[in-house]
Write a protein that binds this ligand. Structure first.
Ligand code: B1M
Length: 233
């Protein structure tokens, strides 16, 4: 039996448990992550704190060692899978705020890009803030976005890209919307680690969202403006 099997997560205090979760995420231990998320929730941690302090922070550490060549793709996949195990528990809780539906968002990761953890977080937080979210998943060509906005008529189109090689594809989508005369019908929000505000401006997006919390605030701001415009029309 490994040392890991012997460890009683419940016997750890909160700080130790969060530290252990960072280690378990690093080691891709999904069952342990699920158990620890349940323990923190039972200790009355808010789902948002569990998400940001335990899971997102743990994934940040994984990202640093991936960048530095200490971790490789298979290990990072295991870490991502462990994180998703925790997110499955948090999703309904974050969505459970009982907020009235404030708008609709279509979101997807762009063509060529299979990163979805950040996008999923944004989707979860948006649902929690009262938005209906249609998630297109990963690796989306422009046709997928067009089909989805035609079918669902969202207020907001969200795009995610984690690679410097895939972020330019966001401009392809926005330019296609322009060509079709549809650009002004939707608020376009973009996000992902390599982006910044200048990039969002340059490609003609409405805003860059640094993280999921900013995405929610930005989306709410745009919805408030839309309602004000409708009210004064
Ligand atoms: Co990839 N990867 N990866 N990877 N990966 C990065 C992005 C990288 C920065 C790692 C590094 O070198 N440090 C690097 C990109 C370098 C670059 O482009 N300059 C990289 C690379 C190179 C690659 C591969 C090319 C590696 C290879 O095969 N040699 C390959 C590419 C595959 C492809 O997409 N075609 C690859 C593969 C993978 C895995 C499959 C192993 C895995 C993805 C698993 C998955 O997502 N299901 C993976 C992971 C996990 C990462 C890192 C470690 C973590 C990403 C993550 O989930 N972060 C990442 C390093 C890093 O970013 N530090 C890395 C946690 C997440 C909560 O944050 O995604 O930033 P983030 O999302 C935030 C904000 O950005 C924002 O809100 C989110 C929540 O707060 N946001 C939005 C994101 N999308 C938004 C959309 C919005 C609004 C806000 O719409 C409105």
């Amino acid at each position: 039996m490994s040392e890991e099997d012997d460890l009683d997560l419940n016997s750890l205090d909160d700080d130790e448990l969060v530290q252990q979760m960072h280690d378990d995420l690093y080691d891709g231990l999904k069952e342990e992550i699920i158990e620890a998320v349940n323990i923190l929730l039972a200790r009355k941690w808010t789902p948002y704190d569990v998400l940001t302090k335990a899971l997102v922070e743990g994934m940040r550490i994984v990202g640093i060692d991936f960048r530095d060549g200490i971790l490789f793709v298979p290990e990072v996949l295991l870490a991502a899978n462990a994180m998703k195990g925790g997110m499955v528990l948090l999703r309904p809780l974050l969505a459970e705020t009982g907020a009235p539906r404030v708008g609709k968002m279509v979101i997807g990761t762009v063509k060529g890009d299979i990163h979805d953890i950040g996008k999923n977080l944004v989707g979860m937080m948006m649902e929690g803030a009262g938005f209906d979210v249609i998630d297109l998943g990963i690796n989306n060509p422009v046709e997928n976005y067009l089909e989805a906005i035609e079918e669902h008529q969202p207020d907001i189109l969200g795009m995610s890209a984690l690679l410097t090689t895939t972020m330019p594809y966001m401009k392809v989508v926005i330019d296609t919307l322009k060509e079709k005369g549809m650009r002004d019908d939707y608020v376009v929000l973009v996000g992902g680690a390599p982006l910044n505000e200048e990039f969002a401006d340059a490609i003609g997006a409405d805003a860059y969202c640094r993280d999921a919390a900013v995405a929610v605030e930005t989306a709410k701001d745009f919805m408030a403006r839309k309602h004000n415009q409708l009210a004064s029309a």
